[in-house]
Design a protein around this ligand. Structure first.
Ligand code: GDP
Ligand code: MG
Length: 629
């Protein structure tokens, strides 16, 4: 792939069918950032801060082109403290790639983000990631003669089933059928770390050529109840007693990969090079000298380069803005769906009136200034354009866009204008926007785009103090933090103490780090974090009825739950088993204050905290008993 240039990207921006806006979502640690880095590298995009890779706390966006398509990728954090970042990413994308560790399967975080995506009518595709672990880590444990391939199939299938259960439970008819089916090509099998990935479409292509089958027919047989017997040379839809009868996926996908990887690991290069030649994989001389995992990586990258499969899956299975905006408009626009703005969004019309959603303010290179980052849903945004800014507390401001910037990793390039369907950063509006906003033509009477609905709220806080000489700087820092962080709030008491409120300990840690930067590294003193509730909210909320909550927790957490619920009448406990961990399903009627108590007891492992119509408050990771303190 040639180098990404702003001119090339700008050209594709006019071809709305060739655009894919995609969020990378999933449970923390399942490999989103590693996979994203690999995809970017393949498109020759330089990534930001790869050296200090750790938990992702902010989403970052990258525009790149692949084949003739423009792909906007947004890597998002998996930790629940930062789920507002996921909400913001989903708002401006139409599709999502759900990254799931192929061995750990669907986890609490997967459930939370996939649900969030479906509610925003975001079309998902799936990748079962860390596939290398499946081949490298089972060397020793296959002595009992069991079919490791069949075991792997069952593990993958279970993860897919669990993901589909979430999809079925959150179906929105406007989104159509989005369930994951490997034999339809919307599931990839990837190793982000080693840079390889395949879909069954890739295998079907290779096999169809060798077997003389039609590709679509071949693909059907590579998943589900399809077995091939090498002796009878026949396909069946049940496993026969014959020892030569094996599932299609295992025989034709899993086993060949295993054979190649084992040959690399066991240094059986003679056989390996013969097979590679048959697969049309050519190795350079220095590559032939590689050993073990390095050799696996090199061979697998040549056989199934991750970017090729994953980008193809995105292009083939995720909607373009033109397609997606038709069914997303109802969720997005706050006005009449018959007005000219709604129509322009629906048709993704670049000649229509401007509808731009600022999903977050991102730091520009100069300290203390921000880009207004977001998506053009209708019309065009251009340098010098006068826009009306609509936010929750600042209607009718008219301001001028000073520049439109595309983010291409470490490089940022200015273009003259950007039409609808695209993601772009705007210069010159940061003084007038806090957190998020809708922009339209300056003389318009449009309604704004709906505010984002967050699944977390600021329920923890820290107290901040500084030297009196630094007060002004701290104040400025707090203002910038409030403006740029979607979740952070702050208050100042009469005695001059500042409190920052956030969604959890990790989030507050990040807020303090940002605050240090924004207040130019003044000396600040930070208290321990504590659970709190805002008094104004509390009064309002206590007027409302109490909530019915339902959640699951490990059985050994029962004493803590009893303690908080204080043997309340009407509480139901139902024991259940999942993955061998004894669990209880708890249904109880509780007040807001108690929900915060429960929430703080489990801290950052909860999701879906109490909201005004809350019936589903949260779920503790059943596979991780430590998630309950
Ligand atoms: P994220 O939280 O989903 O963004 O996950 P990261 O990309 O930060 O990865 C979390 C950890 O998993 C890191 O230690 C990675 O090196 C490791 N990891 C990521 N992808 C793979 C993979 O494909 N295979 C293996 N074995 N490890 C991986
Ligand atoms: Mg990450």
């Amino acid at each position: 792939n040639e180098k990404c240039t702003a001119e090339k990207l700008r050209r594709i921006m006019d071809c709305k069918r060739n655009i894919r806006n995609v969020s990378v979502i999933g449970h923390v640690d399942h490999g989103k950032s590693t996979l994203t880095d690999n995809l970017l590298a393949a498109a020759n995009v330089q990534m930001t801060n790869t050296t200090e890779r750790s938990i992702t706390v902010k989403s970052s966006a990258f525009s790149l082109h692949y084949a003739d398509c423009l792909i906007n990728l947004i890597d998002s954090p998996g930790h629940t403290d930062f789920s507002s970042e996921v909400t913001a990413a989903l708002r401006i994308t139409d599709g999502a790639i759900v990254v799931v560790d192929c061995i750990e399967g669907v986890c609490v975080g997967t459930d939370a983000v996939l649900r969030q995506a479906l509610i925003e009518r975001i079309h998902p595709v799936l990748t079962l990631n860390k596939m290398d672990k499946c081949f490298l880590e089972l060397k020793n444990d296959s002595e009992d003669g069991e079919d490791v391939g069949e075991d792997a199939y069952q593990t993958f299938n279970k993860a897919i089933d669990m993901a589909n259960d979430i999809i079925n439970a959150n179906t929105d008819s406007d989104l159509g059928d989005v369930a994951f089916h490997p034999n339809k090509g919307n599931v990839a099998f990837s190793s982000g770390l080693q840079g390889w990935a395949f879909t069954l479409a890739d295998f079907a292509k290779i096999l169809a050529k060798n077997f003389g089958f039609e590709e679509s027919l071949m693909m059907e047989r590579l998943w589900g109840e399809n077995y091939y017997d090498t002796k009878t040379k026949k396909w069946t839809d049940v496993k026969t007693n014959s020892s030569t009868c094996k599932r299609g996926f295992v025989r034709l996908c899993y086993d060949p990969i295993k054979k190649i990887i084992e040959a690399c690991m066991n240094d059986e290069k003679k056989d390996l090079f013969v097979w590679l030649e048959k697969l049309d994989i050519t190795m350079k001389d220095d590559e032939k000298k590689l050993m073990h995992e390095e050799l696996v990586k090199c061979v697998m990258q040549k056989w199934f380069p991750a970017a090729k499969s994953v980008y193809k899956m995105m292009i083939d299975h995720l909607p373009s803005p033109e397609t997606a905006q038709k069914y997303r408009v109802g969720n997005l626009y706050n006005g009449s769906l018959d007005d000219i703005y709604a129509k322009a969004i629906k048709e993704c019309d670049p000649e229509g009136p401007l509808m731009f959603y600022v999903s977050k303010m991102i730091p520009a290179s100069g300290k203390g200034s921000f880009f207004a980052f977001g998506r053009v849903f209708a019309g065009k945004v251009s340098t010098g354009l006068k826009v009306r800014i609509m936010g929750s507390d600042y209607h009718h401001l008219s301001e001028t866009v000073e520049g439109t910037v595309i983010c291409m990793g470490t490089e940022q390039e200015t273009v003259q204008d950007v039409p609808c369907g695209n993601i772009v950063a705007l210069v010159g509006l940061d003084q007038f926007i806090t957190k998020s906003a809708t922009l339209t033509n300056h003389d318009s009477v449009a309604s704004p785009i709906h505010n984002m609905k967050f699944t977390v709220s600021p329920v923890m806080r820290v107290c901040i103090k500084c030297n009196s000489s630094d007060r002004a700087k701290l104040r400025k820092g707090l203002d910038l933090l409030y403006k740029s962080d979607l979740m952070a709030e702050y208050t100042t008491t009469e005695s001059g103490e500042h409190f920052i409120a956030g969604s959890g300990e990790l989030h507050l840690e990040m807020c303090v780090k940002d605050l240090r930067l924004y207040s130019r590294n003044i000396e600040i003193d930070v208290s321990d974090s504590e659970v709190f509730y805002r008094e104004t909210d509390l009064e309002e909320q206590f007027l409302e009825p109490v909530y019915l909550v339902e959640f699951q927790a490990p059985k050994r957490a029962l004493p803590a739950i009893y303690h908080i619920l204080n043997e309340r009448k009407g509480t139901q406990f139902e024991e259940m088993h999942r993955e061998g961990t004894p669990l209880v399903n708890v249904k109880a009627i509780i007040s807001v204050k108690e929900s915060f108590g429960l929430s703080s007891a489990v801290k950052d492992k909860t999701y879906g905290q109490a909201s005004s119509q809350c019936v589903d408050w949260g779920c503790y990771d059943p596979l991780d008993p430590d998630s309950w303190i």
